[in-house]
Design a protein around this ligand. Structure first.
Ligand code: 3SL
Length: 231
């Protein structure tokens, strides 16, 4: 049987062989939720980059430049990292270069994979439908926070692993633990997430509505994927 595994932070990625695997990168708060929202709103291309300098260079080539560090918009860039910015009607038809503290880094660490998909609660069902018939093993890569475990990405990993468990066996205890957390949290996801360190960090920055938005399940049908350097 095919395997599904969860890598709880990019710092553990060296333990995983990505060759011929499908990697689903997740950064619920908020990078991958923004990407799913942007494409659903008509953004045509997103280039995820690791550094502010790379993002600036693309801004000079005509991309809208989105940059977040420590939860706030970095100075001199066009956008921060709120899904509501990506949902603005002026984003239709735009090309975006983006760098964030953890999410874009996680994408760029996954380049050895056969396929790299962008996951969020917002496109959970679409991912399940796409992945359930695939022959390759799956790794869900949680972006975490600065190399450490985080709650929200693990909850998503648990949701996806849970919904794929008829077709994929759990490769180790990480999907098992993530699934148990998700099954506990799902009755009141927002309440469960409120205690997470990043939810607290964002709450201090007055962005609670972003958290409420990002915990919604399956409101979009699209699955962004990496093709060369672009989504
Ligand atoms: O770390 C990241 O990639 C960001 O998504 C963090 S934030 O939610 O924009 O603060």
């Amino acid at each position: 049987m095919k395997n599904i595994d969860v890598c709880l932070t990019p710092e553990l990625l060296h333990q995983y062989n990505l060759e011929n695997k499908i990697v689903v990168v997740v950064d619920i708060l908020r990078a991958t939720s923004c990407m799913v929202s942007g494409f659903s709103n008509g953004v045509t291309e997103i280039i995820p980059v690791s550094t502010l300098e790379e993002c600036k260079a693309l801004q000079e080539k005509g991309y809208l430049a989105a940059a977040e560090r420590n939860g706030s918009k970095a100075e001199g860039f066009d956008l921060g990292n709120s899904p509501f910015e990506y949902l603005d009607s002026k984003m239709k038809g735009e090309k975006v270069a983006v760098t964030t503290t953890n999410g874009t880094l996680a994408i760029n660490k996954s380049l050895a994979a056969k396929e790299i998909l962008i996951g969020a609660f917002l496109n959970l069902n679409a991912l399940v439908e796409y992945l359930k018939n695939k022959e390759e093993d799956i790794i869900i890569l949680c972006a975490g926070w600065k190399g450490k475990f985080n709650l929200e990405d693990t909850l998503f990993a648990g949701a996806l692993a849970h919904q794929l468990k008829e077709d994929f066996q759990f490769a180790c205890d990480a999907p098992l633990a993530a699934e148990a957390m998700y099954l506990t949290a799902k009755k009141d996801m927002m309440n469960y997430m409120r205690d997470s360190s990043h939810a607290k960090r964002l709450s201090k920055l007055n962005v609670v509505k972003d958290i409420e938005f990002c915990v919604q399940e399956s409101i979009y049908d699209i699955i962004p994927y990496l093709d060369g350097k672009s989504l």
